[in-house]
Design a protein around this ligand. Structure first.
Ligand code: SF4
Length: 227
């Protein structure tokens, strides 16, 4: 775009370590208004996590429980639809669906769930399954990720969240989420998702043990993926 200049990694480091975060906010707002005028965009969403049972044991996770654990719970499709129906009125635009990695909740379960949710609320945008979940479903079903995603699209999947990406740096991932798909695998799956013309969002989990350099590295990798 004419007149625009890419921020470098060094610019990113400066922004992340400045003692004037409000100044950065003003600059960001300037860019926002240049792109969109004085408009803000948002959606109204509800979350559904069909299960918190997970075979992984990520160091940062306070959500999951093991098989047979006292906090573990899994919804059948029918119950998931009933629970969702309680929360989803016509003003809700999106359902955000993520959960633990549980082998018994395979491709078929997700397909039937998406179909049932669309049947109940046809207008709803279904944003579901992080890259780590798609990787897991692909491994369990022995189907390529593209095939799995294609089946879900037919059932009603509209986009995928990129939550669970945490921070790209291996040093950090080894401490907080070493049971998850590697960063490279996550990016590879995101590329497959995008090639199928599904969108995904970007996330960064920060403010824990990562350094400003590692934040910058994460953002640069996301931008390279988008490019
Ligand atoms: S994969 Fe997700 S749900 Fe499972 S332990 Fe890791 S962070 Fe928790």
């Amino acid at each position: 775009m004419a007149g625009w200049e890419r921020l470098s990694f060094e610019d990113g480091f400066l922004v992340a370590t400045t003692p004037d975060p409000l100044g950065v906010g003003r600059l960001a707002n300037h860019v926002r208004e240049r792109l969109h005028g004085n408009s803000a965009f948002f959606n109204v969403n509800r979350h559904l996590d069909p299960t918190n049972v997970c075979v992984a044991s990520c160091g940062l996770c306070a959500f999951a429980d093991k098989y047979g654990g006292s906090r573990g719970r899994t919804y059948a499709v029918e119950l998931a639809v009933v629970i969702t129906a309680r929360d989803v009125t016509e003003t809700v635009t999106e359902l955000h669906i993520v959960g633990g990695l549980k082998p018994k909740l395979g491709v078929e379960f997700c397909k039937v769930l998406f179909q049932a949710l669309k049947l109940r609320s046809s207008w709803i945008h279904i944003k579901a399954l992080r890259m780590v979940e798609l990787d897991f479903l692909s491994q369990c079903s022995k189907l390529p990720v593209g095939e799995v995603v294609g089946r879900f699209m037919t059932a009603g999947l509209d986009s995928c969240p990129r939550g669970g990406a945490e921070i790209s740096a291996d040093r950090v991932r080894a401490r907080i989420c070493d049971h998850k798909a590697s960063e490279e695998r996550g990016l590879e799956i995101a590329r497959t998702v995008h090639r199928l013309r599904l969108r995904s969002n970007c996330t960064m989990l920060y403010g824990h043990i990562e350094t400003p350099e590692e934040r910058g590295d994460h953002l640069v990798r996301l931008r390279e993926l988008q490019e």
